[in-house]
Design a binder for this molecule. Structure first.
Ligand code: FAD
Length: 491
């Protein structure tokens, strides 16, 4: 594809892949092996997605991600980096997925992507689109969570693993997801001080699940790795506290300490049983939410998978969404981890080849067989992890007080939402709450507050979070500078 397409002029391609993480990379490799023209679009400056977080080209990082758990994704990255015929579009954000206008005569393509590239906005038409935008950390709002120094544990990890930079001195990690053990280990290796790792789960509950014969037999490698990390933390005198949750962060201008409280056996936080840890960084880690905004904006059918990504895209066996030739892969289908994302990318690519008429059903079945087998095994383990990583049901509401900021873009406090709910019995959905209170109206478009808002409404009204629904997603799904709109096509 011509270089000036990157500069902001409209273009067409055979298959557009949104996201250069494991699933996008694996799909690109399969499609190129079959001679299909592929354009890969990603907001980041380099390929690899969240798991690899490749350092910028101007950095050279010695011993980049030496741990074995990154090997398969690194191999996928290596396989496509060697491919000369992929059209890479980095630092480019897809703002919306549209059907091409029936009135436009030229261009063709089943879908039209509205893209903000380095030189402005433009449209890219594609016969098929693979949506592989990954996930982000599930935020928990609690008193003090907006203080500088409170971060996602994965964000802390991003600095350490990608740039070998330790963003603080003394860390507390708190949440329900085992990723925080990996982050604690990486921080120790990088020379940081870890003041505590805090799990909402009770110790017995965690061990009961991990000792399940199915896990012990089929996933002993992961279990050994977990035991190794726990041993290292013990040797470094890092307290690993179970059955507790973070209840506040305090500090004059930035975090100075974290207060945790015990969760009693019925899942209720006991604010009389607290411990305080001095720290200048808190990494919060309650699992992940699928980056579902583009799928929702495009009008694809979604379904709710609590603790496996929240709102995820519905799809058929070939990972085609409810919209023809819009395929989905990776965490947007269910947060199952990086190795599963690779296999989903491969299956979706075979699905695209089949849908474009490049291969027949038989060939498709044969091509996808190995990936399907691996995926099924990986998803069995992911299901155990998802159950293990599940925080207590109403943690969001328990963690906040009346004056906790719930929507940080619009500075809306929990008390304001609760008063609106008390005053208006018709607020039953996240969108209704947005209209009346402005929660979710700001720059992040509800990515940070949406899950907490839905859980608060659900808890107050006696509903399930899926009955409350997500915020309506509109294009542009991410903020666009006015200058980019002025320079390029507005869609
Ligand atoms: C902070 C964080 C840390 C994590 N750490 C680990 C870990 O250590 N180990 C592990 O197994 N798993 C980790 N995960 C989970 C991990 O993301 C996945 O298992 C794996 O990377 C998923 O692959 P994917 O292809 O689905 O998505 P990703 O790897 O997330 O790739 C998606 C890509 O899509 C791009 N994108 C999204 N939206 C748009 C858009 N609108 N326009 C253009 N580009 C877009 C993103 O920039 C990203 O590069 C982490 C997740 C997060 C959020």
């Amino acid at each position: 594809m011509a270089a000036n397409d990157q500069q902001g002029s409209d273009a067409t391609c055979e298959v557009a892949i949104i996201g250069a993480g494991p699933s996008g990379l694996a799909a690109a490799a399969v499609l190129r092996e079959h001679g299909v023209g592929v354009t890969v679009i990603d907001e980041q400056p380099r390929a690899g997605g969240q798991i690899l977080r490749q350092p910028p080209k101007s950095f050279s990082v010695a011993h980049w991600l030496p741990a074995k758990l990154y090997d398969r994704v690194k191999a996928a990255l290596h396989a496509v980096s060697e491919q000369p015929h992929i059209d890479w579009r980095f630092q480019s954000t897809v703002l919306g997925i549209m059907r091409p206008s029936p009135y436009r005569r030229s261009g063709g393509g089943a879908h039209e992507l509205w893209i903000q590239g380095p030189a402005g906005c433009y449209l890219l038409r594609a016969n098929a689109v693979l949506l592989a935008p990954g996930c982000y950390e599930r935020p928990l709002a609690f008193p003090g969570w907006t203080l500088p120094g409170v971060m996602g544990a994965g964000a802390i990890q991003g600095f350490v693993k990608s740039q070998q930079f330790v963003p603080g001195n003394r860390f507390v990690l708190a949440g329900s997801h085992p990723l925080q053990l990996v982050v604690a280990d990486q921080l120790l290796t990088a020379g940081a001080h870890v003041a505590a790792v805090v799990f909402t789960q009770r110790r017995q509950q965690a061990w009961r699940m991990l000792r399940h014969p199915f896990v012990a037999l089929r996933h002993h490698r992961q279990l050994l790795e977990t035991s190794r990390i726990l041993r290292r933390l013990r040797r470094a005198d890092v307290p690993v506290v179970f059955g507790h949750t973070i209840v506040r962060a305090d500090g004059a201008n930035a975090v100075e300490n974290a207060t945790i409280a015990e969760i009693n056996p019925s899942g209720v936080t006991d604010r009389h049983k607290t411990q305080v840890f001095e720290c200048d960084r808190i990494g919060v880690c309650h699992g992940f939410l699928a980056s579902s905004e583009l799928a929702r904006q495009a009008g694809a059918d979604m379904h709710w998978k609590d603790h496996a990504g929240g709102w995820v895209a519905r799809h058929d066996d070939w990972l085609e969404s409810s919209i023809r030739n819009l395929f989905v892969a990776g965490e947007i289908t269910s947060v199952d981890g990086a190795d599963a994302a690779l296999e989903k990318g491969r299956i979706a690519a075979v699905g695209i080849l089949r849908s474009l008429g490049r291969i027949d059903d038989n060939r498709a079945r044969n091509l996808a067989a190995v990936a399907r087998k691996r995926l099924s095994r990986l998803q069995d383990f992911a299901a155990v992890l998802q159950q293990l990583a599940q925080p207590p049901a109403n943690l969001a509401l328990q963690a906040m007080s009346d004056d906790t900021i719930l929507c940080r873009c619009e500075s809306i406090k929990l008390g304001e939402l609760q008063r609106a709910l008390a005053d208006n019995e018709h607020i039953l959905s996240a969108d209704a709450a947005k209209l009346l209170t402005r929660v979710g109206m700001g720059l992040c478009q509800g990515r940070l507050c949406g899950d907490n808002v839905a859980r608060v409404i659900a808890e107050t009204r006696g509903l399930q979070p899926n009955e409350v629904g997500p915020f309506q997603a509109q294009a542009p799904v991410k903020p666009v500078p006015l200058a980019a709109l002025v320079r390029g096509r507005c869609g």
